[in-house]
Design a protein around this ligand. Structure first.
Ligand SMILES: Cc1cc2nc3c(=O)[nH]c(=O)nc-3n(C[C@H](O)[C@H](O)[C@H](O)COP(=O)(O)OP(=O)(O)OC[C@H]3O[C@@H](n4cnc5c(N)ncnc54)[C@H](O)[C@@H]3O)c2cc1C
Length: 172
C-alpha cells in the first residue's frame, strides 16, 4: 500500500465504510493527474518569459539617478507598502519614500487585471481602511479595479505620489 493510501486509511480508520475502496479511488485520481515527465513539462528560459516582467500599463521610463536621504524607505507600493506609509503617518513619520517597480501603486491589484479578477475574501474583511476613507465596496467580493481605485485614492490622500519613485526597482 503506498503512502497516500496508507494516510487515507489511517484518517478513516474509525469510520464505517470501505476504506480500501476509498484509498483506491484517491490513488486513481492522483495517478490520472500525474504527468510522467514531472518538472520537464515546464518550459523555462528567460527568452520565453522576459516579456512578463515588463509593465504593460506604463510607458518605459528613463531618468537620471536620484541621490537623497529619507527617514524611511518602503520597498513596494502594494497593500503592505501603502498601509506601512499610512501607519507611519499616523505615528508622525512623514519623511517616507516608496520605491515601486510598477507604474503606479496597488501591487497585486495593479499587476493583475485579467477579466473577472476580484478578491476571494469578503471585501469588508479584505479591503483596508474602509471606515477611515468612508469607502463602501459595491460587491461582496470586489472586482480588482475597485480595489485598485481605493488603494490609489489612499496613495493620493497620503501624498505618496510626490514622495515616491515609481517604475523603480530596488536591488541589493
Ligand atoms: C487575483 C488575486 C486575488 C487575491 N485575492 C486575495 C484575497 O481575496 N484575500 C487575500 O488576503 N489576498 C488575496 N490576494 C493576495 C494579495 O497578493 C495580497 O492580498 C496583497 O495584495 C499583497 O500585498 P503586498 O503589498 O504584500 O504585495 P503586492 O501586492 O505583491 O505588492 C508588492 C509590490 O512590491 C513591488 N516590488 C517588489 N519587489 C520590488 C523591488 N525590488 N523594488 C521595487 N518594487 C518592488 C511589486 O511591484 C509590487 O507592486 C490575491 C492575489 C491575487 C493575485
Amino acid at each position: 500500500m503506498d503512502e497516500i493510501s496508507l494516510e487515507v486509511r489511517n484518517l478513516c480508520s474509525h469510520l464505517d465504510f470501505d476504506q480500501e475502496e476509498l484509498a483506491r479511488r484517491y490513488a486513481h485520481e492522483r495517478d490520472v493527474r500525474r504527468r510522467p515527465e514531472r518538472n520537464a513539462q515546464f518550459i523555462r528560459t528567460d527568452k520565453d518569459f522576459a516579456h512578463l516582467s515588463r509593465d504593460p500599463y506604463a510607458p518605459q521610463l528613463s531618468r537620471a539617478p536620484i541621490a537623497d536621504h529619507r527617514q524611511v524607505i518602503i520597498i513596494g507600493g502594494g497593500v503592505g507598502g501603502i498601509l506601512a506609509a499610512y501607519h507611519l503617518r499616523e505615528a508622525g513619520v512623514t519623511d517616507v519614500r516608496v520605491i515601486e517597480d510598477a507604474g503606479d501603486f496597488g501591487g497585486t491589484w495593479y499587476w493583475n487585471r485579467y477579466p473577472g479578477v476580484r478578491c476571494d475574501v469578503e471585501s469588508y474583511v479584505y479591503i483596508p481602511l474602509l471606515e477611515r476613507y468612508k469607502f463602501t465596496p459595491s460587491e461582496k467580493y470586489s472586482a480588482g479595479a475597485e480595489i485598485l481605485e481605493h488603494l490609489l485614492s489612499i496613495a493620493r490622500e497620503l501624498d505618496l505620489y510626490s514622495k515616491s519613485l515609481l517604475q523603480t526597482r530596488s536591488r541589493g
